[in-house]
Design a protein around this ligand. Structure first.
Ligand code: SF4
Ligand code: SF4
Ligand code: SF4
Length: 579
């Protein structure tokens, strides 16, 4: 590889030919501020914040797109550079709705942080300030264009998801980021993934905040308020409190939820285990009875919504199993309600999810096993972080506590649901035990890791099964197009997750600044926390879970039986892309 020698603030560094100044600076350990840049995804040099001085140029250039040349001397922080960046920030603020005190991104806003660092005068310029109505049309997010800085990161994220429903409308001073034809987000085929909210540097795109509904329920003495937490949340919640990425904070999370006032703290891992036994049973039935194959997992609501809008003719491939969130909710308002002698109408069921699409899922039809919604409110990891802050809890100082019985049992199989490939591995562990008589959990390493599409083959019950795992909607599309073409790969079972890397990288997870997202493989580091927990557990197969055994002995009439089918399975509808 041909290398180029440059100096960044006097530090000599050698980088591959074709590298940008930003890459050279990062190699030298120097961070240059950015606002629009996303490595490999949005390299457009639009915001001008990364401006630097470099020899051999006409003076100042944008570091994120300008290539280095042999002998180049780069200065990233001169008086001239600082002045230019400060002016750029002041110009951005001239059209910005500067209400930091009530902004959901305050203290975690990349624009606000830079403005503080550069000592801007927020009233230096008075610019053209159009007023945009908030788009609150969807269940999952709020678009506030008054805080948009036109960086287009959201556009790149939505395009990376193949969906591409947001983009720049109009030109010049009128430019704004919007959905096409002046429609609302709910009127176009948005899959509710929330990936746009994670990359937005400001408060222009945020999850819809449902915390007030939960505070109200907690204050209502007539309500029995129960919470469940998804597998991946334990691997990310600590980031809201400055803990290292990849910290597993399961015990502190349980302690925090109890101190917030929830009557019971349950683990969605139980629902994940329940999903596995029902899904494994469904797969066996399809294999033995000539059912539709390949069967595709259905635990990711963004993926399900995508299938309903883009591939309605292939919906028969989806497993009829509800997601772990909905299964746990169904069990809470049926089995648990009866066991405790509580009328399900008096139970307020909350879930803590890595995902904004879960807010859409709780409102789907056919998700009310007890006659009442299986889950009343789905909060993201970020919303839980805010509730903990508002309650004044010192998260890092909390003791470790255990989930409540009877729905607090989990297995390693349930834990790894939070990473791409986890559902497939968990299902194969149970199938391997049931059909091959294995006592030890199968380690299906071929489906671990963050690649977008993974394939492997397993032999269960004397049959060779070809498996496929995909994460991210663009990869889901590749898989679905192959199914449309007749399944040339011969897959029998497919796992699809809406978000790249799975739930650990969900659209409701803590927001890391873009320079961290560019330099740390969040998907891999967060997933490692889950695989480490799985490895340390005694019970690592879903069917071994004491909670699952109790449920089927006390409540359900066997895997896939009538009672289980009514409560734990669902159906899908073809959805229009445009309303
Ligand atoms: S987007 Fe950032 S700078 Fe703008 S109001 Fe919100 S916190 Fe303040
Ligand atoms: S939620 Fe997902 S699909 Fe919808 S606009 Fe955002 S990135 Fe696009
Ligand atoms: S909504 Fe956010 S990510 Fe999208 S262009 Fe505006 S500021 Fe950038």
């Amino acid at each position: 590889m041909e290398m180029v020698n440059v100096k960044v603030n006097g530090i000599a560094v050698s980088v591959p030919k074709g590298s940008t100044i930003l890459e050279a600076a990062r190699a030298a350990g120097v961070e240059i501020p950015t606002l629009c840049f996303m490595k490999d995804k949005n390299e457009i040099g639009a915001c001008r914040i990364c401006i630097v001085e470099a020899t051999g140029t006409r003076g100042m250039v944008t570091a994120c797109v300008y290539p280095v040349a042999e002998g180049m001397e780069i200065k990233t922080n001169t008086e001239k550079v600082q002045k230019a960046r400060k002016t750029t920030l002041e110009l951005i603020l001239s059209t910005h709705d500067k209400k930091c005190l009530s902004c959901p991104r305050s203290t975690n806003c990349e624009l606000q942080k830079l403005c503080l660092e550069y000592g801007v005068d927020e009233d230096a310029f008075e610019g053209f300030k159009p007023h945009y109505e908030l788009d609150t049309s969807t269940a999952h997010l709020v678009r506030n264009n008054n805080k948009c800085i036109l960086c287009r990161r959201c556009v790149a994220a939505c395009q990376e998801q193949y969906v591409g429903v947001i983009g720049a409308n109009l030109r010049g001073i009128d430019t704004n980021i919007d959905v096409p034809f002046g429609l609302k987000l709910n009127d176009v085929p948005c899959v509710s993934c929330g990936q746009c909210t994670v990359v937005c540097p400001t408060g222009a795109l945020t999850e819809k905040d449902d915390t007030d509904k939960v505070w109200a329920a907690l204050a209502d003495p007539t309500k029995h308020v129960v919470v469940q937490t998804a597998p991946s949340v334990r691997a990310t919640l600590g980031e809201c409190f400055g803990m290292p990425i990849g910290s597993n904070v399961e015990g502190k999370m349980v302690a925090a939820l109890r101190r917030l006032g929830f009557d019971k703290v349950f683990d969605t891992d139980m629902g994940a285990d329940l999903t596995i036994v029902e899904e494994a049973n469904e797969l066996v039935q399809r294999l033995q009875n000539g059912g539709t194959l390949p069967m595709i997992t259905s635990c990711s609501p963004g993926w399900v919504k995508f299938a309903e809008m883009y591939y309605p003719e292939l919906l028969g491939h989806l497993s009829s199993c509800k997601s772990p969130q909905q299964m746990t909710g169904a069990v809470i308002k049926t089995y648990y309600a009866e066991k405790m002698g509580i009328d399900p109408k008096d139970i307020f069921s909350v879930s803590i999810m890595p995902c904004t699409a879960k807010k859409f899922e709780v409102g789907r039809e056919d998700q009310s096993a007890s006659g009442y919604p299986d889950v009343d409110v789905a909060l993201t990891t970020r919303e839980l972080g805010r509730m903990i802050d508002r309650a004044g809890l010192k998260f890092t100082a909390l003791p470790d506590e255990e989930f409540d019985d009877p729905l607090g049992d989990d297995t390693g199989a349930g834990v790894i649901f939070g990473a791409t490939g986890g559902v497939m591995e968990a299902a194969c562990r149970t199938a391997n035990a049931w059909l091959n008589g294995a006592n030890e959990p199968l380690e299906l390493k071929a489906v671990r890791g963050t690649q977008g599409i993974k394939e492997t083959t397993v032999v269960v019950g004397g049959k060779e099964l070809k498996l496929c795992v995909a994460s991210g909607i663009a990869n889901a599309k590749i898989v679905m197009d192959k199914l449309k073409a007749g399944n040339p790969e011969g897959w029998s079972f497919i796992e699809i997750m809406c978000c790249p890397g799975g739930c650990v990288n969900g659209g409701g997870q803590p927001i890391q600044p873009q320079y961290v997202r560019d330099t740390v493989d969040l998907k891999a580091v967060r997933a490692k926390a889950l695989y480490d927990q799985d490895e340390a557990m005694t019970l690592r197969m879903s069917h071994e879970s004491p909670a699952i055994k109790t449920l089927y002995s006390e409540w359900y009439d066997g895997f896939g039986g009538e009672k289980a089918h009514h409560a734990l399975h669902t159906s899908y509808v073809a959805r229009k892309k445009f309303k």
